[in-house]
Design a protein. Structure first.
Length: 529
C-alpha cells in the first residue's frame, strides 16, 4: 500500500515540475502529464501494469466532477453574458452537429458501423475546458470581440451534451433502452437543471443567511455540496455534469462569503484533478499499440479540425455577425482533452467492444489536438489579428480582482495643514503609501524626498487597498450600465437597515458618499453589510 501511495506522490510531484517548465519544453503541460503517465505505464520505464478501466472510470469521473464544477465556478457571468447566446449555441447545437458530421464521415471513410461511428463522434464532440483554460491563462491570451469568453463558456458547458450523446451511443450499442432515448434526454435535462439550481440556492442561503458553516469550513461545505449535486443528479437519472456546471456558475457569481478563498482552493483541486486524469490516461495507454492507430487517429483529427468543427462554428456563428477571422479562431480553439478520454473510459468500462481500439483512438486524437492545435493557438490568433493586447484575459474569470494592488487617493493641502510648507520626507505619510504626484496650479510634478509641499497643493497618494477581516462584511461592487444602482443617487436605493455604502472609487478618486451622491457607470462601490 505504501509503495502505491509513494508512486502516486512521485507522479504528482513530477507533473507539478513539468507544469512549471512546460514553456521550456515547448508544449502544453497537459501533454507532459500524459507522457509522465506513459513513462510509469506498462510500456514505459517502470512497467506498471494497469488496465482496470472500471477503477479508472471511478477516479476520472470524480476528477471530472471538480473540473466541471470549477468550469462554472470560474466563469464570470458579467463578462460572459454578452456572448452567452453564441457560446450556448456552440455548447448544444454545435456539439450535436460536430458529433453528427464526425459520425457520418467515420462511417464512410473508416468502414466503422454506424453505431460505432456514433460513439466515436459522441465521445469527441465536446471541447475541453481544462485544455482551453490552461492555454488561455498560461499564454495570457486575450482575444478580441469576446472570443475568450465564448470559448470559456462553450468549453465549460458542452460536456453535459457530449455526456448525454455518449450515454445514448452506449445504450444503442448495448441494445438497452434505445427505444426510450427521447424520454432519457428529457429526464437528464430536467433533473440536471433542477438539482443544480435547487442545491445552489440552498448553498447560498446557508452561507449568507445562517451561521451553520463555521469560519474556515466554507471549502469543506462546498465540497460536500458538489459531491451531493453529482450524486443526487446521478441517482435521479439526471445529467450530473449539467447539474455541476449550473451549480458552479450560480455559486461562483453569487455574493457568498470568502469567495476568494474558495476560488484559490478549487483552482488547486482542479489542477490536481487534471494531473490525475491526464497521468492516469497515460498510465492506461500502451504506446506499442499506437503506431497502428495513428492513421485512424490522424484522419479523425482532420475530420474534427477541418470539417466538422468549422462547419458547426460557421453555421451557428455567421448568422450572429461573427467575422470569418473570429469563426476560424473559434473553430481552431476546439481542443479535445480530459472529458473525451473520460467518456471513452466510461464506454470501455461499460463493456462496449469495438473492432477499433476506442480508448487509444481517443487518446491519440487528444494528444494531437492539445499538442498541435493548442501549441499553435497563440500563433494562429496573432496571424488572424485577433489578439487584444490592451485587455486582460483574466477578466473573464471570477478570480480576477477588479481593484488594482494599490488604490489612488487625492489629498488637498489647505492653509494651516500639518503638511503645508514641509518637505515630503518630513510629513507622516501612512506606512505602505507613496506620494506619486503633486499638482500645483496647472503644473504636475513627480515629488522626491526634498520636494516642498505648499498650501493649495494637491498630493496624489498610492495607498494599499483595505482587506477586511473574516468577521467583517465589506464588499466591492463594480457598477456596470446594466446594474440597478447605475445613475441613481444613494438616497434612492432600497438598502437594508444593516447596509451602508461607505466608499466609492471613481477613476483615480476616492469619494465619501452621502444620500445625494449619484452612482456612475464604472464606479466601484464599497458596501458594508
Amino acid at each position: 500500500m505504501a509503495g502505491y501511495v509513494l508512486g502516486i506522490a512521485i507522479i504528482i510531484l513530477l507533473c507539478i515540475i513539468a507544469e512549471k517548465f512546460s514553456d521550456r519544453f515547448g508544449m502544453p503541460a497537459l501533454i507532459l502529464f500524459m507522457f509522465i503517465g506513459m513513462v510509469f505505464g506498462c510500456d514505459g520505464i517502470f512497467k506498471i501494469s494497469f488496465d482496470d478501466f472500471t477503477l479508472a472510470e471511478t477516479v476520472c469521473s470524480l476528477a471530472l466532477v471538480f473540473i466541471m464544477f470549477y468550469g462554472g465556478f470560474s466563469t464570470k457571468w458579467s463578462a460572459a453574458k454578452p456572448v452567452a447566446g453564441k457560446a450556448i449555441s456552440l455548447a448544444t447545437l454545435g456539439v450535436v452537429i460536430t458529433a453528427g458530421i464526425t459520425t457520418v464521415l467515420c462511417h464512410m471513410l473508416l468502414n466503422m458501423s454506424f453505431e460505432e461511428s456514433f460513439l466515436v463522434g459522441a465521445v469527441l464532440s465536446s471541447t475541453d475546458a481544462a485544455s482551453v483554460f490552461s492555454i488561455l491563462r498560461k499564454k495570457k491570451l486575450n482575444l478580441k470581440h469576446g472570443t475568450a469568453s465564448i470559448l470559456e463558456v462553450e468549453s465549460g458547458s458542452n460536456d453535459p451534451v457530449a455526456y448525454m450523446l455518449t450515454i445514448i451511443a452506449i445504450s444503442i450499442l448495448k441494445a438497452s433502452g434505445s427505444e426510450n432515448i427521447v424520454w432519457m434526454v428529457l429526464l437528464q435535462i430536467i433533473i440536471g437543471v433542477l438539482v443544480g439550481c435547487v442545491l445552489s440556492v440552498i448553498s447560498i442561503q446557508i452561507t449568507t443567511k445562517t451561521k451553520i458553516v463555521s469560519d474556515g469550513l466554507d471549502t469543506i461545505f462546498i465540497i460536500a455540496m458538489v459531491l451531493s449535486c453529482y450524486s443526487l443528479s446521478t441517482i435521479l437519472w439526471g445529467n450530473a455534469y449539467l447539474s455541476l456546471y449550473l451549480y458552479g456558475i450560480i455559486i461562483g457569481n453569487s455574493r457568498i462569503n470568502n469567495k476568494q478563498t474558495l476560488v484559490h482552493f478549487f483552482d488547486g483541486v482542479t489542477s490536481l484533478s487534471q494531473i490525475l486524469v491526464f497521468s492516469l490516461i497515460g498510465l492506461l495507454s500502451y504506446p506499442s499499440q499506437m503506431p497502428k492507430i495513428i492513421p485512424t487517429a490522424l484522419l479523425i483529427v482532420a475530420i474534427l479540425t477541418f470539417v466538422a468543427r468549422p462547419f458547426a462554428v460557421s453555421l451557428l456563428m455567421m448568422p450572429c455577425k461573427c467575422s470569418l477571422r473570429q469563426c476560424i479562431l473559434i473553430s481552431w480553439a476546439g481542443l479535445r482533452g480530459a472529458s473525451s478520454c473520460v467518456f471513452a473510459i466510461m464506454a470501455v468500462a461499460s463493456g462496449i467492444r469495438m473492432k477499433q481500439d476506442l480508448f487509444h483512438i481517443v487518446f491519440m486524437v487528444t494528444l494531437f489536438s492539445v499538442a498541435f492545435q493548442g501549441g499553435l493557438l497563440p500563433m494562429i490568433s496573432g496571424k488572424l489579428k485577433m489578439v487584444d493586447s490592451k485587455a486582460d484575459v483574466r477578466k473573464t474569470f471570477t478570480d480576477y480582482q477588479e481593484e488594482t494592488a494599490l488604490q489612488l487617493t487625492r489629498m488637498f493641502i489647505p492653509e494651516g495643514h500639518s503638511w503645508a510648507n514641509k518637505r515630503v520626507k518630513e510629513v507622516g505619510i501612512p506606512q505602505g503609501s507613496l506620494a506619486l504626484m503633486i499638482k500645483r496650479d496647472k503644473e504636475t510634478m513627480i515629488p522626491k524626498g526634498e520636494t516642498l509641499i505648499l498650501p493649495n497643493d494637491t498630493v496624489i497618494l498610492s495607498v494599499p487597498p483595505y482587506v477586511p477581516s473574516e468577521d467583517e462584511k465589506l464588499e466591492e461592487i463594480v457598477i456596470e450600465r446594466s446594474h440597478k444602482w447605475c445613475f441613481k443617487s444613494i438616497g434612492e436605493l432600497a438598502l437594508q437597515d444593516d447596509e451602508l455604502i461607505t466608499l466609492i472609487f471613481r477613476n483615480n478618486e476616492t469619494i465619501i458618499p452621502n444620500g445625494k451622491t449619484t452612482i456612475a457607470e464604472g464606479d466601484i462601490v464599497v458596501l458594508y453589510r
